[in-house]
Structure formats: C-alpha cells, structure tokens
Design a protein around this ligand. Structure first.
Ligand SMILES: *[C@@H]1O[C@H](CO)[C@@H](O)[C@H](O)[C@H]1NC(C)=O
Ligand SMILES: *[C@@H]1O[C@H](CO)[C@@H](O)[C@H](O)[C@H]1NC(C)=O
Ligand SMILES: *[C@@H]1O[C@H](CO)[C@@H](O)[C@H](O)[C@H]1NC(C)=O
Ligand SMILES: *[C@@H]1O[C@H](CO)[C@@H](O)[C@H](O)[C@H]1NC(C)=O
Ligand SMILES: *[C@@H]1O[C@H](CO)[C@@H](O)[C@H](O)[C@H]1NC(C)=O
Ligand SMILES: *[C@@H]1O[C@H](CO)[C@@H](O)[C@H](O)[C@H]1NC(C)=O
Ligand SMILES: *[C@@H]1O[C@H](CO)[C@@H](O)[C@H](O)[C@H]1NC(C)=O
Length: 829
C-alpha cells in the first residue's frame, strides 16, 4: 500500500469517530460509513446485520470476513470476536438464521507453521484482529490480525481479489476451506487443486439461511505472489477430519490434489479443504463464483479480473458506487454533517441487494435478468423498491423482470428468494406491490426498459388467483381469500394446499394490499374495467377480519382471527394482549391501524383513508390493531388520539417494517405538522452513524431506504404515484433519474438546522407552509406526484415556525389535499 493510501485509510478510520470531512466534488463514496449497523445483536444489541465488505452495487460477490460468534447474519461483527476466514458471498442486513447466510469457501492466511502441521481447522486457526484496524469503503475492505497478517479485498460482480500481506518474507500459507460456510451446513461437495497453474476449484451444497432448502455454489481461486508472472506453490495439499465424530482432528495430505464428499441429506460435520504455500510475504488470490459450475466460476474470474489489476478493480467498484450515490446530490459544504453521512451511508446500503446473478440461474434458461437475495419482498417493497423507482429505474426494471420471470417459470412471483431458493412467506406475496408500483410509474417506458407489461399483469393476476401447494414458500392462500373474503382460522383446504396457518389477520391485510396492486396495474395498463372493479373490491376485504366489538387499552375495534363458519362473524375470543403477543418481543407489540372507537367493520372500509395503500397492516405475528382515527362528517379522519397513544404507550417498533409508515399517518388525519415532528423524533431516537445506528435488522437495505426517505422528506405510497411530503432534513437536494434523463431540484426555503434534533425547539421552522412545483403552488401540502419528483423541474418547500397555523392548515383547503384513499374515491385513473 502506498503511503498516501495508508494515510487515506487512516483518515477513514478517524472519520468513524470524528465528523466526516466534506467530500470533494465527485467523492461521495468517502461519505459512506460502511460500519453503521454492524454492532453485535447479542444481549439486546442493535443488530443491524449490515454487510461492510467489498461489493459492487447489486453485486453477487460480497467479500468479507466472518466472526466466530453468533449472531452474525452478514458474517461481520464490529467487535473483538475472532475471525475464521474471509469468504465470498454474504447477505445484507437480514434476520433469519443467526449463524448467517453464505460465508462460503473462506480463505485463511497462516504463517509460522510447518506445512503438514498448520492449524487449518476452524477453531485452531481463528485469530483476533488488532484493535481498530478494520477499514471499509465502497469497493474495499481491509483488516489486520494481531499477528500482523493483513487482509484486503476488492471485487467485481462475480469475481474479485483478496490480498494477504504477511509480516515476514518466508514460506507463508493460505487455507482454502471447502466445508465451513457460516452455518456449518455442508452437505457434500469437492475441491480440486491444479498445481501447474495454481488454480483451485470448489463446489458445495449448503443450507439456505431462511427456508428449508439447500443450494449449490461454486468457486474458483487462482493464486499468485503478485499480479505479475505466476510462481509455483512451495507446497500444496488437502486436509480433512480424520473422522466425522471428531471433526477438529484434522490431517494434512501433502501433494494431494482433490477431495470429494458425496451429497448427504443431513449436514456433514467434516472439515476439509486445501492448503497452499508460497515463499513470499504477499499472496494474491483471484476468485470467481458461480451457481452453475466451477468452470464458469473460473471463466467469471477471467472475464471480470483479466489482468489481476487491483487498482483497476477497486477504482471501477468505487466509480460504480459514485454513480449510484450521485443520484442524490447535495451541497456537502452546506448540509449537516451527520445527515450527510446518514444519507450516503443509507444510499450505499440500499443498493447492495438484490444481487444481480444474471447468467447464474441454475434452474431455467431465460433471456431475462436473474436476481437473488430478494430477502424478503415483505421487507423491501415498502422503501427499497420505491427508492429504486426514483433514482435507479434501469436496475429496478431488471429486478422487476426477475419477479416476472420467476412467475413465468414457477407460476408465482418469488417472495423471499435467497441462496437461489424460496425462503419463507411472511405475509402476502409482496412482489405484487412491487410490480404494481412499476406498472403505475413506468408503464409508458416499460417497452424500452424491456419489461413485458402483459406478462407483468398476468403474473399479478395469477398470483392473485391461484393457490400454490405450499403458500409458505410462494403465493397466497387464495382458495380461502376468494371463497370467504377473509382467511379463516383452523380451516383445512380441501385441495390439500397448505402453509403456515397463522397470521390470518396480517396476511389478509397484505393480500388486500396485493389486490390493490393488481387494481392499480390494471388501470395503468388499461386492462378491462371488470378486472379493475374485481380487484378494487377484493382489496377491501380485509374489513372481514375486523372485530368491531373488540376492546383493548381504551380503543374498540381490532383486526382479529375468525372461524370460517358463523354469522355475522364469530371471532376467536382472544383479545387479551398477553395471549396473542409473542412473549419474546417487547415492547411495542401492538401494531397500529385504522379508525376510531366507533366504526363498524364495513364503516371502516368506507371511511378510513389509508387502509389500502398503507402498510400499517398487522405484522408477521397476529397482533391486534389499534383503531386510530375518528372521522368527521365528511368521512375524513380528524382524530390523532390513536397515533399519539400508540407512540406514547411505546407500541411503535422502529426496527420492524410494518411500523415504517406510522410516523407519517398523521397526514391522513390532516395533521402533517405532527408527522414532521414525529419523523424527527423517530429518526434521532433510532438512527445514528455508530455501529449500533440502525434500530433493527437493516433487512436488505429496507431500513437504509426508509431513512433516506425520512431525510428527503418523502414517503412512498405503495402501488401508487403518490409520495407523502414531509419536512426535509436538507436545505436542498437533486434527484437524478436515468430513464427520464432528469434532475429534479428540491429547495427548502427558510430551512432551519435547529430542527435537526429529536425535539425541534419551539419556534424552529419545521412545518411545511407552501409547496411550489415549477413555480406553481401545489394544492396539497401533504403529497406530491411521482411525475413531479422525477420530472426534472424544481420543487420548492417553504417551512415555517408557526405551529398553530400549520395545525390549522393541515394538508390545505383543496378537495384533494389529503393523500388518496381508494374507498373515498382516491386513486382514480
Ligand atoms: C475521496 O475522499 C477521501 C477522503 O477524504 C480521500 O482519501 C480520497 O483520496 C478521495 N478520492 C478521490 C478519488 O478524490
Ligand atoms: C471483548 O469485548 C468484550 C466487550 O467489550 C469484553 O468484555 C471482552 O473482555 C473482550 N475480549 C477480549 C479478548 O478482548
Ligand atoms: C437438496 O437436498 C435434497 C435432499 O434433501 C436433494 O435431493 C437435492 O438435490 C439438494 N439440492 C441441491 C441444489 O443440491
Ligand atoms: C510432494 O511432491 C514433491 C514433488 O514431486 C516431492 O518432492 C515431495 O517429496 C512430495 N512430498 C510428499 C510428502 O509426498
Ligand atoms: C525463501 O526465499 C528466500 C529468498 O527469497 C530464500 O533465501 C529461502 O531459502 C527461501 N525459503 C524456502 C523454504 O524456499
Ligand atoms: C446485471 O448483469 C447483467 C449480466 O452481466 C448485465 O447485463 C446487467 O447490466 C447487470 N445489471 C446491472 C444493473 O448492472
Ligand atoms: C364490487 O362491489 C360492489 C359493491 O359491493 C358491487 O356492487 C359490485 O358488484 C362488485 N363488483 C365486482 C366485480 O365484484
């Protein structure tokens, strides 16, 4: 490493504890802090599970170090745990198995051991990092062990480089681990060493991290002592446990070139792999990965890292990130440094997944893109995809095509595809709102983006109509939803279709949201009117899960489970909170919802404004839902007692997706002033630039995209062109859209930095007073259309300090000032 590089790494390190310096023009990557959200989730820690290793945007390769303590969903934890290796693929921010996803085919550097007695096993080899040596920036990661060995990595989409620098120029070694993925879930595979060209090929079958299936992946390593001419190994060989009952007893076989373990349906505890040595203080490994075979992994390395040029790979990765980050431009000299760091760190994490694994589909041939790590659509449909819709429509259209292609080849939209396999379905089939969103926003550009809209619509319809054999993997329990208009409890489907028969209320709410997506796509794509009515109607059916008589905590009317038979409704008598609340989750187990103390189930459907498009729809657990709004004579909600109670009583769960929109629900009660205050409170209470700076799992960038929207003062309404307008945390920003070729400039007039705190001081200018779009006053202070957000013009938001004027003004006097709601005539064509 050059001294200047060393200095910049040092500066980067310092920047983790000190405020970031301003970025020079074209250096937004220096503002992304990759360690946010990497604290351990142990002992009630924040557990963002963020991935800080090397990756390109939406890269398949996500190279990073792995710790030996769980939880470690992304492999890395920013603490003093020992390191077991540096491996090629990881998840980003997911929950699921606490041992983590992937972590396949790790390398590990060893020095000062005789070849055949080197400590190659997992526990024998693991090592501590020196204090505060981890360095991460877009496209680069480095660390150093206490024994002085340094590890660095950089990557392309399916390949990359890993460099080991040893303290002494002597014979040094690298372990190539075949069997130890993060879950230690090896079910079979092989390694072969080709000493003549220093190439090692691996393939293995491992368990997916969120689901019951297994997947097979391949890697190809080439070794050199430097990017120049190749040098023979000083020694090479394989190692394996002497018996599976004592996997830590391992023997090294000098000169052995291959090992193979047949597939076993239960995990094989064997530890095995390769060991190679060079007489050099530097060992450079080039890798390629593939889901097809090891030859393709080698070809990927040849194609993507042809000359082993480290700087070229790292610069290319950095430039790709610079391009992604620059789609939201701000004046870094002017804006608040913390907001700036949060913004670019969030934009970074929001583009790590889904992973572009096009060309690596092991299951079907297709001319369409193939993305993985849709882990899970339930997490990402609310914010990740809407953010892509604003600034990354080219990438997004490929991802949308991946959903459609999943339907084309399996009959259903993928929901939680991870490690190439279907994971668990948490609620509805939440690819539906993603496709609905695309149809609404990009119907007119779909053809040029290569997205066949007839297929998109058919995919939506089939997912809305057909029932898969197991709706815990893909799809929905449509037999019940269509027959009854609700999801009954303890109902056995005569067709034999099964799934996890719980979460009836929250599934019904998400099915309703999915049906709304079909309705919206139908309108946007000019499908038959009968379809549009059918799905609009069905999207109201969640009211059939509503028990108007259920009383809890001062409110009456909650979503509730019910049996199939019984009229009018026979609900289960389980209103008491403790009996339906998972004991391990606290506080905030109640999930907010809906209207007041006096709505009937059907009245709810007629009066509550946001019920279809909002995501305040229950949770993965059956939770009663607070009835938030009372309604005025015009059917408009006017009561903020519910949301206030919800926050005051600590029901809000900042770390879980169904809570995302809740700070914004005051908009629907005509009180955007309260949303503005609430969003400040939520952001400053739950997010920061530290390693514990995410309030829950980042969930494939869902939290990152949410924070981005909060900071921009925008919140996307699913399957619609509406975005709620809030009080931005920035005095100005510019959004670029690479399909419309536009730059839209947002200016906050009278912007007041003193509002950048959890409790903006009285008299600070936080309230939106006027919104002007291209010089013309907007009729609503509460929402803005997608066309205006990406239209290339100027949006001017004037903020003011007068709280009572803001409360009185609400969303404004115009008839359409409130955000749309279907049952009150909103979302018209
Ligand atoms: C970007 O900024 C970092 C930190 O300020 C600096 O070390 C680096 O050299 C800059 N890179 C470029 C390409 O300007
Ligand atoms: C690691 O950190 C934990 C918590 O900070 C501390 O209790 C422990 O002693 C440390 N262990 C080592 C080996 O430094
Ligand atoms: C996963 O395991 C099953 C047996 O449980 C096996 O038949 C199947 O081939 C495996 N899948 C892969 C991709 O290896
Ligand atoms: C390994 O192969 C080399 C070169 O053929 C040979 O010199 C050496 O003795 C072999 N070692 C063992 C343990 O077989
Ligand atoms: C390693 O290389 C150095 C010189 O570069 C040489 O002196 C030494 O003997 C070599 N060691 C072995 C084990 O080959
Ligand atoms: C995804 O990978 C394919 C195949 O290499 C490539 O054509 C496409 O441009 C990639 N997509 C993005 C968004 O980089
Ligand atoms: C939709 O609901 C309305 C009101 O209940 C009803 O009149 C209409 O027939 C329904 N349409 C369809 C297509 O189901």
């Amino acid at each position: 490493m050059q001294p200047s590089q060393r200095l910049s790494r040092l500066l980067l390190l310092i920047s983790l504890i000190a405020p970031l310096p301003c970025a020079a023009d074209g250096n937004l990557t220096s503002l992304a802090n990759l360690f946010i959200g990497t604290a351990s989730g142990r002992n009630g820690g924040s557990g963002g599970n963020a991935f800080p290793g090397a990756a390109v945007p939406h890269g398949m390769a996500k190279v990073g170090i792995d710790v030996d303590t769980a939880p470690r969903q992304a492999g890395y934890i920013h603490d003093n745990s020992s390191i077991t290796g540096i491996s090629l693929m990881h998840d980003e921010g997911t929950g699921g198995n606490t041992n983590g996803g992937y972590g396949i085919f790790p390398l590990f550097p060893l020095a000062n051991c005789a070849f055949s007695s080197c400590p190659v096993g997992l526990d024998a080899r693991k090592a501590l990092r020196a204090a505060n040596v981890d360095v991460a920036s877009p496209g680069y990661f480095a660390t150093q062990f206490v024994n002085g060995i340094k590890i660095e990595t950089t990557s392309t989409r399916r390949a990359g480089l890993i460099r080991f620098t040893y303290p002494l120029a002597q014979v040094n070694h690298v372990v190539i681990d075949l069997t130890n993925d993060l879950q230690r879930s090896f079910e079979g595979g092989s390694i072969s060493i080709s000493p003549s060209d220093q190439t090692i090929k691996l393939g293995g079958t491992f368990l997916q991290s969120y689901g019951t299936d297994n997947y097979t992946a391949f890697a190809c390593y080439n070794f050199k002592t430097s990017a120049g001419a190749s040098t023979p190994f000083t020694s090479f060989g394989t190692f394996q446990s002497t018996s599976t009952s004592t996997p830590a007893n391992i023997a090294v076989s000098v000169n052995s070139t291959s090992l193979s373990f047949p597939f076993t349906s239960s995990v094989n505890r064997v530890q095995a792999g390769g060991l190679v040595s060079f007489n050099s203080s530097t060992i450079l490994a080039r890798f390629g990965i593939s889901f097809i075979n090891a030859e393709q992994a080698c070809a990927n390395a040849d194609a993507e890292v042809p000359t082993w040029d480290w700087d070229a790979v790292q610069t290319s990765s950095r430039n790709q990130w610079e391009d992604v980050l620059s789609r939201v431009q701000i004046d870094t000299q002017v804006e608040d440094v913390t907001v700036t760091e949060l913004l670019y760190s969030s934009l970074y994490r929001a583009s790590l997944v889904p992973a572009n694994v096009t060309g690596e589909n092991p299951y079907w041939d297709s001319p369409f893109p193939f993305y993985d790590a849709l882990f899970c659509s339930w997490d990402t449909f609310r914010t990740v995809h809407p953010l892509l819709s604003l600034t990354s429509p080219r990438e997004w259209s490929e991802i949308v095509n991946t959903y459609i292609d999943g339907w084309r080849h399996t009959g259903f939209l993928p929901e939680c595809r991870a490690n190439t396999k279907a994971g668990y379905v948490q609620g509805g089939s939440d690819g539906m709102p993603i496709l609905g969103d695309f149809a609404v926003k990009y119907a007119t550009h779909a053809e040029s983006l290569g997205v066949p809209t007839d297929d998109l619509y058919q995919a939506l319809r089939d997912t809305a109509e057909n029932t898969p054999p197991d709706w815990y993997r893909v799809g929905r329990q449509n037999t019940a939803w269509k027959a009854f208009g609700f999801i009954p409890t303890a109902w056995v489907d005569p067709s034999g279709s099964t799934g996890l028969p719980t979460r009836e209320a929250s599934r019904a709410y998400e099915y309703a949201l999915g049906d709304f997506a079909v309705r919206q796509a139908g309108l946007a794509l000019q499908k038959p009117a009968a379809d549009i009515t059918t799905y609009a109607n069905r999207s109201m059916n969640f009211v059939n899960m509503w028990d108007a008589s259920l009383t809890h905590d001062g409110f009456t009317g909650f979503a509730q489970r019910r049996f199939q038979v019984g009229y009018p409704f026979i609900f289960l008598q389980t209103p008491a909170r403790p009996s339906i609340r998972p004991p391990t989750r606290a506080p905030g187990a109640l999930t907010i919802m809906l209207a007041s103390t006096n709505v009937s189930p059907m009245g709810l459907g007629n009066r509550v404004s946001h019920l279809i498009h909002s995501v305040v729809l229950g949770n993965e657990f059956l939770r009663p839902a607070l009835d938030v709004y009372a309604c005025d004579a015009n059917g408009r909600p006017d009561n903020v007692r519910g949301p206030n109670h919800y926050f005051d009583k600590g029901y809000f769960q900042a770390g879980n997706e169904p809570s995302f929109e809740i700070p914004w629900v005051y908009h629907y009660a005509n009180r955007p002033d309260l949303s503005a205050l609430r969003v400040r409170q939520i952001v400053y209470k739950n997010f920061n630039t530290g390693i514990g700076g995410i309030p829950g799992n980042d969930d494939s960038g869902a939290m990152a995209a949410l924070l981005t929207f909060h900071l921009l003062g925008l919140y996307p309404v699913p399957s619609s062109k509406q975005l709620l307008i809030g009080s931005p945390f920035l005095s100005s920003f510019t959004l670029s859209n690479n399909v419309f070729n536009t730059k839209t400039h947002f200016i906050v007039r009278n912007f007041d930095k003193t509002t950048l705190t959890g409790t903006p001081p009285a008299g600070s200018r936080i309230f939106v007073k006027t919104v002007r779009i291209n010089g013309k006053a907007s009729e609503s202070l509460c929402w803005i259309n997608f066309e205006d957000v990406v239209g290339g013009g100027e949006v001017e938001i004037e903020v003011d300090s007068d709280a009572s004027a803001a409360a009185a003004a609400g969303c404004g006097p115009a008839p359409n000032a409130l955000p749309d709601s279907l049952e009150t005539g909103g979302f018209a064509a």
